[in-house]
Design a protein around this ligand. Structure first.
Ligand code: XMP
Length: 525
């Protein structure tokens, strides 16, 4: 399929995925590539436009990421952002130096709105700056089209026909008031993209691509019940129906009712016409985990056991042609295959590739989508909202939310406490929204209950108790790499405390974990 494409060339900045997302929000398809990508390959992709991202280096340093001037001669419009802007100026003959005043944060900026890049935005607004270097002399043929008190070249454009633009600030972050409009102007007006990239066209195209590729073949999918694998299951179900077998391994470390919900949606309800296999491996997992307290060891056991169970099921099915995986775009970029900002998380997910399962090829139909796009596709495909907007849940599940050894009893405690906690937080969030017409400022991005391995003395009725302490956690975060505790109102915590202690046998204390990340992690193990 030939679609209009904007390339984001990654120089290692922290907001690079955001740049691509903003472009896609303008309904223009966009992909991220490393600055090391060969110029011939870039030309061959025939992009409608190119965006150079920010990055942590100084262009004049030895060994700093760079590009050749051919990149600016391809013919399509090029927009440099922050480091990308400095690089464009530097490579084309301008001067970049350490700035006398470091600009960081929200900055009032004046715009030349006669330039198409700034068409339709006010002459003055706030932008997000974050730079130590600045463009002290522009490259020949460029003029300033925006400035701040400290920065004469907050943005530049050519005086000639070359469609080159440089912006010192970050239009991709929300702090830049008209950033979205600026990137829209670039993608739609300057690059002349028609704006026909939409989720419904994604779903439609993906279905025909899957059909063409799979033909009469059989596909196997490990369904975890998380957002990505569920959306993938729904997509494959629409595309190839019963040629798909979903294997759902219930390891007994899921949230309360979750196993049954997954079975209901993909199995019993008949909503999706696929072969659905649920493997109840709870006892097997608890057996393997008995007495194991070391966190990494627990993660390893859970991962390995998943592979064993999946392998056994796959053997029953026999040879399959394709193994489907729910890889999404941030996984591709983060593993260093796409862009440059390789945030390598030790590979978190359960298992690796089950290499003894007999299949010919892997298919990854969601590989070019961002998380919010995966969610949109899920809704399009008819998945229920509670599933599509599920919070992140780790592959090893409650196994890493129970400090110390895992037992069926402890799993039951965490499941019940977590259910109550989420119910109360959700209720409070809904009430806040109803009353104020907007989301609560303390709205957490992830919240759950966990079990400290601590027991302490309490009193209930007239009886002395010696029971477990449940830990409730709630964090606000953008990227899950850093996080701070969300300020859940105290009355909500009090309700949770009293409900958990009354309704969950074996618990006599509830503790709120207010640790940020770093130094803590979001999960407890
Ligand atoms: P941490 O605990 O590392 O968590 O601060 C960051 C985010 O990653 C999730 N997480 C995992 N996700 N498999 C996953 O799929 C895992 O093993 C895993 N460990 C942590 C965690 O829930 C949080 O959103």
């Amino acid at each position: 399929m030939d679609k209009e494409l904007i390339l984001v060339i990654d120089f290692g900045g922290q907001y690079n995925q955001l740049v691509a997302r903003r472009v896609r929000e303008s309904n223009v398809y966009c992909e991220i590539y490393s600055y090391r990508t060969d110029i011939a390959k870039i030309r061959a992709m025939n992009p409608k436009g190119i965006i150079l991202t920010g990055g942590p280096n100084s262009v004049y340093e030895e060994g700093a990421p760079t590009c050749t001037k051919e990149l600016f001669e391809i013919g399509c419009p090029v927009l440099g952002l922050c480091y990308g802007a400095q690089l464009m100026q530097f490579v084309l003959g301008g001067t970049v130096e350490k700035a006398p005043v470091r600009e960081y944060g929200k900055t009032a900026t004046n715009f030349d709105t006669t330039n198409e890049l700034f068409a339709g935005i006010p002459e003055q607004s706030i932008v997000w700056m974050s730079h130590n270097d600045y463009i002290s002399k522009s490259a020949p043929g460029f003029k300033s089209i925006a400035n701040t008190a400290d920065c004469p070249y907050a943005a530049l454009a050519t005086e000639d026909e070359r469609p080159l633009y440089a912006i010192q600030f970050h239009p991709e972050v929300l702090h830049t008031e008209y950033g979205k409009e600026i990137l829209f102007n670039f993608a739609r007006k300057i690059c002349n993209c028609s704006g026909d990239w939409r989720m419904d066209s994604f779903v439609e195209n993906a279905i025909s691509e899957i059909r063409a590729k799979v033909g009469e073949g059989k596909v196997l999918l490990a369904l975890s019940g998380g957002v990505d694998s569920s959306v993938l299951a729904a997509l494959l179900a629409k595309a190839i129906g019963k040629q798909l077998t979903c294997v759902f391994v219930d390891h007994g470390l899921l949230r309360k009712n979750e196993g049954d919900e997954v079975e209901e949606i993909f199995g019993k309800s008949g909503r999706f016409d696929v072969n659905f296999v649920r493997v109840n491996a709870q006892e097997r997992y608890y057996g393997k985990l008995a007495g194991v307290t070391e966190p990494e060891r627990k993660r390893k056991i859970i991962g390995e056991e998943f592979i064993r169970v999946f392998e056994e099921e796959a053997k029953k099915i026999g040879t399959v042609d394709f193994l489907a995986q729910g890889t999404i775009y941030p996984d591709v970029v983060e593993s260093g295959l796409g862009g440059e900002s390789a945030v390598i998380k030790s590979h978190h997910n359960v298992g690796g590739l089950p290499d003894y399962v007999d299949f010919k090829e892997i298919i990854e139909p969601l590989r070019n989508l961002f998380k919010d796009e995966v969610r949109k596709a899920g809704l399009e495909l008819g998945l229920p909202e509670f599933l599509v907007y599920r919070q992140p849940f780790p592959g090893p599940g409650l196994g890493i939310r129970i400090i110390g050894d895992v037992t069926a009893e402890k799993v039951r405690i965490v499941q019940d406490a977590d259910y109550i906690y989420r119910e109360e937080v959700d209720r409070a969030l809904a009430e806040y929204k109803k009353e104020h017409g907007e989301d609560a400022p303390w709205m957490p991005n992830q919240y759950f209950a966990a079990l400290s391995n601590m027991r302490s003395v309490g009193v209930m009725g007239d009886e002395r108790t010696y029971d477990y302490a449940v830990v409730v956690r709630a964090v606000r975060t953008i990227d899950f790499m850093t996080a701070e505790a969300a300020q859940i109102p105290f009355n909500v915590l009090q309700t949770v405390m009293s409900r958990v202690i009354n309704e969950v046998p074996g618990v006599n204390r509830v503790l709120f974990d207010c640790t940020s990340k770093p130094p803590g992690t979001i999960e407890l193990e």
